[in-house]
Write a protein that binds this ligand. Structure first.
Ligand code: GTP
Length: 564
């Protein structure tokens, strides 16, 4: 049984479980010139990692750091490192190598064939490049980082139009010397041009850091520093871009420019035409992936120069009073003051949106309310009009109900109501008023002789006459038929008798024309006055009794009724 299991593992398992995934995938070695804490190298490595991530497993990316800044020109170190890499990679051969910066590139030129025979190389970050060194090597390509010394010198002239002196800072390491060599070539060119020959180009590559700071503190306006590359000072002290560059820029009385983006910007440099290590790393990794996909190295052309673009630090621009309008159009400026809006854009936008929403809701409510108010106003107006119409109608009805249609005087209904009100009031106030009943004499004869129309006319004329001859405070009612009632507030019997005699006389003088006939009428009047405790029936009965007496005594008379 045990034998069967062993056979299964030896023969069948490899068919069911293929080689480990990582074993099958491409292996890449990234050989960095410097150490991992060096910001430039860290950023470039990040760029390579990010670009390779989709195609190369994390474990298949070997990363080496030659530490050539701290061990620059140390021959013993270089020998030991070469031996170490040789030993290590004789077992693990990568499919492709990416080198970053000059030291790794030159290392590969010297030892590549021995340690990594036949392995393709993509270089990047090479500042100083000699094409002749590549003759006969068809498995190497890459991107020259180059240096944009000329671009930066032009930029300094643009930002500081009165520039008189530019100091280029380098060192005496192998790379430093190669860079200052290039700077000297440019200086020679400047001396021949009428535009630039008056600007002094100085190259400093032999100083201690203290001396550099002291010198920087003594510089006059019209001067600028351009950092080429500083690895070490005269005494071999390592120059840290994180620590020493901020010191240099703090001491310096003039701006410090540079080309190494991540290393310099934010560490006190004013700015410059700068190279971005992250982008540089991604470009090199993209080239490596192309080769891994099967494209022959010899067909992948060397990219002549990395991209340099203008990057500045706003704090430094302000410190040296550089006019921002002079910056190239595509400039990236860090540390720009962030407006309150930009800083709290989300909060402000949210608040504005909420306020707008509330304003919208309030506006809708306000408009609705206004509409509602208009409707209410309209309804109130309609109601008012209707009330007025009703009131007018009611007044009209009341007038109709209380008015005698023929004479337009108040009728019996109104008379009864008003005289009863007088009775209550005068009874309460212990005052008196007089009541007179006026009756046309022989009215039947007029109707009979001239017709009912004429009779009506007579009633109208008499009513108008009575109304005209009584005082405004007195009240004349048509009581019915040919009978009229007059209420005279505050008048006693004697006064009423006088008034009614005058009325009677005036009526007898009336002439009512009908065709050729002249009609005269007389009236008989019964008079009485109110005494406390009277009611309407008693009061009326006394006046009626007096009227009866007036008729009986010959008509065209006024009689007063004695009070019981
Ligand atoms: N034209 C007209 N006649 C009316 C009206 N109301 C009542 N009469 C008439 O008035 C007359 C009243 O007649 P009587 O009651 O006999 O009284 P009189 O003829 O005036 O006689 P004395 O009152 O006794 O002087 C009647 O002929 C009624 O028809 C009315 O509104 N219009």
């Amino acid at each position: 049984m045990l034998q069967k299991v062993l056979w299964f593992f030896l023969l069948v398992k490899p068919l069911l479980f293929p080689l480990a995934f990582a074993e099958e995938q491409a292996k890449v070695l990234l050989l960095n010139s410097y150490h991992p804490q060096y910001r430039w190298t860290a950023e470039l490595t990040r760029g390579v990692r990010d670009k390779l991530a989709p195609a190369v497993p994390v474990e298949n990316l070997y990363i080496e750091y030659m530490d050539a800044r701290r061990f620059a020109d140390d021959l013993v170190y270089q020998k030991k490192l070469t031996e170490l890499l040789h030993y290590k990679y004789s077992r693990y051969q990568p499919d492709i190598i990416i080198t970053s910066d000059d030291a790794a590139y030159y290392f590969m030129l010297e030892h590549g064939a021995g340690i990594f025979p036949g392995v393709a190389v993509v270089f990047c970050g090479v500042n100083v490049f000699y094409p002749e060194l590549l003759s006969g090597k068809d498995k190497i390509t890459g991107i020259k980082e180059g240096m944009d010394i000329s671009g930066n010198l032009a930029l300094i002239r643009r930002l500081q139009p009165n520039i008189k002196r530019i100091i280029l800072l380098g060192d005496t390491t192998g790379l430093g010397l190669r860079m200052t060599e290039r700077a000297k070539e440019i200086r020679a060119g400047w001396l021949t041009s009428p535009v630039t020959r008056d600007i002094m180009l100085e190259i400093w590559d032999d100083f201690s850091l203290e001396e550099l700071y002291q010198q920087a503190a003594r510089q006059e306006p019209g001067t600028a520093f351009l950092v080429l590359a500083i690895h070490k000072d005269r005494f071999g002290h390592y120059f840290s871009y994180e620590h020493d560059l901020p010191l240099l820029t703090q001491y310096s009385k003039v701006p410090v420019y540079g080309m190494w983006g991540t290393l310099m910007i934010g560490n006190g440099a004013l700015g410059g035409m700068m190279n971005d290590p992250y982008q540089h790393g991604t470009e090199a990794a993209a080239m490596a992936l192309t080769i891994l996909s099967g494209v022959r190295v010899s067909t992948v052309k060397i990219k002549e120069k990395a991209s340099y673009s203008p990057v500045f630090d706003y704090h430094q621009l302000k410190r040296f009073d550089i006019n921002l309008d002079l910056l190239p159009q595509s400039s990236l400026v860090i540390n720009l003051p962030v407006s309150l809006y930009k800083k709290h854009r989300l909060e402000i936008n949210s608040i504005v949106a909420i306020v707008m929403f509330l304003i919208l809701i309030i506006s809708i409510l306000f408009l609705n309310n206004q509409e509602l108010e208009l409707v209410v106003k309209q309804r109130t107006r309609d109601l008012d009009l209707r009330n007025k119409a009703l009131e007018a109608n009611s007044n009209f009805m009341k007038h109709q109900a209380n008015t005698d249609v023929l004479t337009n005087l108040a009728n019996r209904r109104a008379g009864l109501e008003e005289i009863n009100a007088y009775i209550s009031r005068f009874n309460r106030d212990n005052k008196t008023f007089a009541l007179a009943i006026v009756d046309i004499d022989f009215f039947k004869n007029i109707n009979d002789s001239y017709g009912h129309d004429v009779g009506d006319k007579v009633l109208q004329v008499l009513g108008a006459c009575l109304k005209r001859l009584t005082r405004p405070g007195d009240h004349v009612y048509r009581w019915g038929g040919e009978e009229f009632l007059i209420a005279l507030p505050y008048a006693d019997v004697q006064a009423c008798l006088v008034i009614c005699q005058r009325l009677r006389e005036k009526v007898s003088e009336l002439v009512i024309n009908r065709h050729d006939d002249k009609i005269n009428i007389t009236v008989s009047i019964g008079v009485t006055n109110f005494v406390c405790g009277d009611n309407f029936e008693r009061l009326f009965a006394r006046a009626d009794k007096a009227l009866y007496d007036a008729k009986r005594n010959g008509r065209n008379r006024v009689e007063a009724a004695p009070v019981d």
